[in-house]
Each structure stands twice: as structure tokens, then as C-alpha cells.
Ligand binder design. Sequence first.
Ligand code: TYD
Length: 143
Amino acid sequence: MNSANSVYECSIIELDKHHSDRKGNLSVVQSNSVVPFDIKRIYYLYDVPGGESRGGHAHKKLYQLIIAASGSFSVTLDDGKIKRTFFLNHPYQGLYIVPGIWRTLDDFSSGAVCLVLASGKYDETDYIRDYDNFIQYKKTARI
Ligand code: TYD
């Protein structure tokens, strides 16, 4: 039951990093190997003004991997009981987020690019955008 998921099911995944002294770095993410889901959609946030916050929602079915492709930002995960904050500032790390977790992104550095790999296409019905509704949704898992 996705509504029962906890923040401890979310974690930082170290991505493959191919390093060349002369030519820089390259990191790879492949479906069902580095990330345990099929990647169906990619989107990215950029030009986020300093002090602005993004996210502020949960998903019912969607799995995601969030990468700071450039710059840095914080991601706070909340399962209705416990909150964990991750600071992302390396393009070779991704934050794996399971469904049923409220997330807030803030502290964007200048020039930050937040790359999101997602397990499904955009579907507004998969979103929970109201925090009180989210808490109600989490309670369904505890009945
Ligand atoms: P929103 O989910 O509110 O952004 P965030 O939670 O990151 O602050 O999305 C902003 C707008 O972009 C909203 O009108 C929906 C639209 N959108 C799409 O059309 N497709 C997508 O894949 C995503 C993620 C958003």
C-alpha cells in the first residue's frame, strides 16, 4: 500500500561516474538498474529564484529520482510522521523517492538545475496537493 510508505524507503543513490582527467565527468542512469523503475518522463526545474520553494505535494503512484544536475538545493521529505532533509549538490547522486511522500524543495542556489526522472507520465490525478488531504491519505494506511 503506497500510502504506508515511510521516508526511510527513500534514499540517496550513487550514480555511475565516468571520470576523465582531460574531458570531465559523465554519469548514467538506466531504467530498472540504477533506479528500480522504468523511466517514462524527464523534467527539470531551473531559474528558480533564490528563496523560492517548489514541490509541496505528494504522489500516489509515482516513483522519482531527483538529481542536482547543476548547483544545489534541499529536498525535505515527510511521511506524515517523520521528516528528513537531503541537501543535493552532486550531479552523481540522486534522491530516490517512493510514492506517498510529501516533498518540498528549497534553498536553490543560483543556476541550480533540478533534474527529475519519473516512473509515469504527467497525471494530475496522481497528485495530492493539499497537506491536510495528505495526512488523511496517510491515515488510510493505518486503519
Ligand atoms: P508543479 O507540479 O506545480 O511544479 P512543482 O511542484 O515542481 O513546484 O508544476 C508546475 C506546472 O507544470 C503545472 O502547471 C503543471 C505543469 N507540469 C506539466 O505540465 N507536466 C509535468 O510533467 C510537470 C511536472 C508539471
